[in-house]
Design a protein around this ligand. Structure first.
Ligand SMILES: [Zn+2]
Ligand SMILES: [Zn+2]
Length: 394
């Protein structure tokens, strides 16, 4: 099988690269992926798949029914995200973004192209599949908005296992990272509003100074990591903005702070969010004020199932060789990805594919205006996903 599969993929490479570049030139933001999902829909229909459009606004689901199946056959889902970012591209490439202020700076153009190639190959191998493959193209990953509604609208119905990948520009080209357990952290955006009592800066005893309260809260929040979190289970709390005050001689009424919290298990996430509220409220009320804590855009951690991870691991070894597959902690990230919602709906595995190549200028981090990937990583992604699906439905 291996040589035949590699040559099937090789044949698709020029088309895959061309499509990735076309998508790169025409980036679309969250829930605006009309052109992109139109291309996806048309290609899936051409391959003879049953296609559902408008799932979570601009999402697309393609169903491939295998021909070798019996009743009760399994279904594996493979997911890709399609959206770009609101930023100006600084790359000098001939397929540079043609839309001012929008850019594919996370590699989702590559993910879409990869998954369409997988659909192409598997649709020609339907006679080998004992079950079904669902191809899930989700909108709005970057705003953590597309995956959850797709799951709610039934995209994962009847799915027994789910896989997906992320191209990573700071992970060496040629390598594949696969690991059981949590690989991407949870992410929650925090908004803390400290309420005091304004007044003259020279007469603080007549006021409740929210700036001093905020200062204590910021310091104390870090003790949730250093004193209450096991050194063996990483978590992050960052306060990224603090806004208050209008003049040097006025004590303001309120302070607003925004931040983010990252954790690696659902339990730890709940515990830390609870303790952030308790600590902020407790400190503020002890000092005569109050603190309102709001949590937005929460995304659960991406936690891989052991069996599905083993399936993908073997597919990766068959694709790039044992020496190029990593399973160490180094592939974990405190970044987040809403693939988490699909992984919570069925056992699955989210893995990373190295796309860093200094010589090709693919050396900038994700969300950087000069972000790019080594396009030779695309066929690697196709091969690992295809092998895993073929094995799952053998
Ligand atoms: Zn991103
Ligand atoms: Zn991404």
């Amino acid at each position: 099988m291996s040589d035949r599969l590699k040559s099937e993929i090789d044949e698709l490479v020029p088309g895959m690269v061309a499509l990735r570049r076309d998508l790169h030139e025409h980036p679309e933001l969250a829930f605006e992926e009309v052109r992109t999902s139109g291309i996806v829909t048309q290609r899936l229909r051409t391959l003879g798949l049953e296609v559902q459009t408008g799932v979570a606004k601009t999402g697309v689901v393609g169903l491939l029914r295998g021909n070798a199946g019996e009743a009760g056959a399994k279904t594996i889902a493979i997911r890709a995200d399609m959206d770009a970012l609101p930023m100006h591209e600084l790359n000098e490439i001939d397929y540079r973004s043609t839309v001012d202020g929008k850019m594919h700076a996370c590699g989702h153009d590559g993910h879409t192209s990869i998954l369409l190639a997988v659909a192409d190959i598997l649709s020609k191998r339907r006679e080998e599949l004992t079950g079904n493959v669902k191809f899930i193209f989700q909108p709005a990953e970057e705003v953590v908005g597309g995956a959850e509604p797709m799951v709610k609208e039934g995209a994962m119905q009847g799915v027994d296992g789910v896989i997906g990948l992320h191209l990573i520009s700071n992970y060496t080209f040629g390598r594949v990272g696969v690991r059981a357990g949590t690989v991407f952290a949870s992410a929650d955006k925090l908004l803390l509003t400290v309420n005091g009592k304004g007044g003259h800066a020279a007469m603080p005893h007549g006021s409740v100074d929210p700036i001093v309260i905020a200062a204590y809260i910021i310091t104390a929040l870090q003790t949730l990591i250093s004193r209450e979190t096991s050194p063996f289970s990483p978590a992050v709390i960052t306060i990224g903005t603090i806004q208050a005050g209008t003049a040097f001689n006025i004590i303001p009424e309120t302070v607003q702070m925004q931040g983010t919290m990252r954790a690696f298990t659902a339990e730890q996430r709940e515990q830390l969010l609870r303790r952030i509220r308790e600590l902020a409220n407790g400190i503020a009320s002890a000092m005569g004020g109050s603190c309102d804590v709001q949590v937005f855009n929460g995304c659960p951690p991406c936690t891989n199932d052991a069996t599905m991870t083993e399936l993908v691991h073997q597919a990766a070894v068959a694709s790039v060789g044992d020496d190029y597959v990593d399973s160490s902690e180094e592939i974990m990230t405190t970044g987040s990805d809403d693939m988490a919602y699909f992984l919570n709906a069925a056992p699955g595995c989210y893995f990373i594919v190295g796309a860093h190549n200094e010589a090709k200028g693919a050396k900038y981090p994700h969300h950087h205006p000069r972000f790019n990937v080594d396009e030779d990583a695309l066929p690697i992604g196709v091969e690992v996903l295809t092998r895993a699906a073929l094995e799952y439905l053998k």
